[in-house]
Design a protein around this ligand. Structure first.
Ligand code: 8YV
Length: 324
């Protein structure tokens, strides 16, 4: 069966070509987010939905799609989808794990270097034509070699960041719901800490947890108060893992030194003060933004979607309960 498919955003050319040849597209996607009413109107006649992070697939959207059998998310994080509502209607939900690990770890480590060495302030100084010349005390940052990196969440992406950090001579500690075995920790060259100890010991803290009710505002005022005044906070996971208002206060008051953020609580809106804080490096959710990575993500989403259409169990199902 050729699934009638709603693809909400225009994806890389190779992915679009495959979608055009192997599915029946409900509409020609554009390079901008669909409105909720646009999704509801288009999905009502579809067998498959391929959404991105910019679309919230909630119970109302799901209820408007009586034929829908699969929601193949373009992304590893799927907090934009009401999985319980989908499962309740026997709709399979899939994601794209693994293919964006290295690209996202690059952005996390890039932000770490950029925040530590004050790239953003330096660049703004030069562009404003206000750089009057080299100075021995100008824009001094923090050392990376010899410093301690604390990873909150130690799945695929956290482990890829650990490898980069070790190459730069950092000591790596981690916290996760599940502690690795002693042998695994030794093999990976990392030590476990409980979250509070990790926050107290780390010169750099990088977040790599899923966004769930349990991780909502995991980094709040109390967590920020545990960190060193010289510490740098990096977030490439989901914005709402940090209480953005509390972070603004911490950056303004010197509770921590700086932050590097790729994700925000209410994208594309930021907590207004963030735009003007000098000690914050800001990126527009670029974690997986390479042509190779986005193509692999798209191909994986299409593989998942077509598997369900053929009546098979897809490779990356996040709600296996639908299979009984
Ligand atoms: C994507 C992401 O850019 O995969 C994820 O969870 O956050 C990003 O890599 C985004 O989800 C695209 O929909």
């Amino acid at each position: 069966m050729i699934p009638r498919t709603l693809v909400t955003r225009r994806l890389p050319p190779a992915v679009m070509a495959r979608l055009r040849s192997e599915t029946q597209l409900a509409l020609e996607p554009e390079d901008r987010a669909l409105t909720k009413s646009g999704i509801i109107a288009a999905v009502s006649s579809c067998d498959a939905l391929l959404p991105s992070i910019t679309e919230t697939i909630d119970a109302e959207v799901i209820a408007a799609a009586p034929r829908l059998r699969v929601i193949a998310n373009f992304g590893v994080g799927f907090n934009n989808i009401d999985v319980a509502a989908a499962t309740g209607r026997h709709i399979v939900v899939t994601n794209t794990p693994g293919v964006l690990t290295e690209a996202t770890a690059d952005i996390a480590f890039g932000l770490l270097i950029a925040a530590a060495r004050r790239f953003s302030e330096g660049e703004r100084l030069v562009r404003a034509r206000q750089w009057t010349g080299w100075g021995p005390l100008q824009l001094l940052g923090g050392d990376i070699a010899g410093a301690t990196l604390g990873l909150v969440g130690f799945g695929r992406i956290g482990q890829a960041v650990a490898r980069r950090a070790q190459g730069f001579g950092m000591r790596v500690i981690y916290q996760d719901r599940m502690r690795l075995s002693g042998g695994e920790e030794k093999r990976l060259g990392v030590e476990f800490r409980d979250r509070e100890t990790l926050l107290r010991e780390s010169d750099y803290v990088s977040l790599h947890v899923d966004y769930t009710p349990e991780t909502h505002h995991l980094i709040d005022e109390a967590a920020l108060a545990c960190m060193k005044p010289t510490a740098v906070l990096i977030n490439t996971a989901r914005g709402a893992v940090i209480d953005e208002k509390a972070l603004v206060r911490a950056l303004r008051n010197g509770t921590i030194a700086s932050a590097g953020l790729d994700v925000f609580e209410r994208e594309p809106q930021l907590e207004p003060e963030l735009y003007d804080l000098p000690n914050c490096m800001l990126l527009p959710h670029l974690g997986s933004a390479t042509i190779g990575t986005r193509t692999r993500m798209g191909m994986m989403a299409v593989d998942n979607l077509l598997a369900v259409s053929r009546g098979e169990r897809p490779p990356n199902c996040v709600n296996p309960a639908v299979f009984g």
